[in-house]
Design a binder for this molecule. Structure first.
Ligand SMILES: [Zn+2]
Length: 276
């Protein structure tokens, strides 16, 4: 796809993380308090799926994009970050009951760690028709602030590991921590990533080197099923609200700067130990 075609493309991508039962935040995914904001109780997640299914067509997979007409109504996609074990134990089966498939992005240092999927589970999700991508190796919260060398290594090592694991070239990725820069996308392209999901709440796509970049709308634990369905169906108001909040957060970070990010990183140090 050429840059001009990428700019015409409009896709709604939803960014979910883990599902949990009984408020047990440590049962799936990262443990730090910030991560809990993105974990939905299983029953709540079911309500999301039902509300979305009532008003939306099936979600598409990124591999279907080349065949999507840019003049047709907006397609939507569903994505799950981090590689928490709930992707395998709860999420994938629920998607499949609806005839849906999702995108699962794996922080590869955590494969097999407590609360995360192991190699066999990731392989099985792929065999069941879901898309698997990289979410970096170590999940740096400020990827754009890492050295170019680390950014390149985070992408290339994770992409190669997942490619070996699945026996096919993995060319999808999502950025951990939400900090985007052109350099992050260029390094992903260098590692062979053809589609990179960011956390920018937008339906607009872009092309950086040979890599399509796509925004996403974050689902938090208090996001109502109705709001999720409205976003997935392409409604403007909830998307605009999220875009405004995102801009406000960027300004807060710009002024609170280092303090905000250091606080977040201090919390993140309480992450589970990576798999050995
Ligand atoms: Zn993440």
């Amino acid at each position: 796809m050429k840059s001009a075609e990428a700019h015409k493309l409009e896709v709604v991508s939803m960014m979910y993380h883990d599902t949990i039962e009984g408020g047990l935040n440590e049962s799936s995914g990262f443990h730090w308090p910030d991560a809990a904001l993105y974990k939905l109780d299983v029953d709540h997640f079911d309500q999301h799926l039902q509300a979305i299914a009532q008003i939306c067509r099936h979600p598409i997979l990124i591999s279907e994009i080349p065949s999507i007409s840019t003049t047709s109504s907006k397609p939507w996609m569903i994505t799950f970050d981090d590689g928490g074990v709930s992707a395998y134990t709860h999420i994938a089966g629920r998607l499949e009951e609806l005839g849906w498939r999702g995108h699962f992005f794996i922080a590869t240092d955590y494969i097999g760690a407590a609360g995360f999927m192991n190699r066999a589970q990731i392989r099985e999700l792929r065999q069941r028709g879901h898309a698997i991508g990289s979410h970096s190796c170590s999940h740096p919260l400020r990827m754009a602030s890492c050295s170019l060398r680390q950014i390149e290594s985070e992408w290339s090592v994770s992409v190669n590991l997942l490619s070996d694991l699945l026996g096919e070239r993995v060319d999808l990725a999502s950025i951990p921590g939400g900090q985007y820069s052109r350099q992050v996308a260029e390094a992903a392209a260098m590692a062979g990533v053809k589609a990179l999901f960011t956390s920018e709440p937008t339906i607009k796509c872009d092309k950086v080197a040979d890599c399509l970049t796509l925004g996403r709308y974050a689902i938090q634990r208090w996001t109502s099923a109705q709001t999720a369905a409205a976003i997935a169906s392409g409604k403007i108001v909830p998307r605009a609200r999220q875009a405004l909040l995102w801009q406000a957060k960027k300004i807060t970070k710009a002024f609170g700067g280092e303090y905000y990010l250091k606080f977040r990183e201090a919390l993140a140090k309480r992450r589970p130990a990576p798999a050995k």
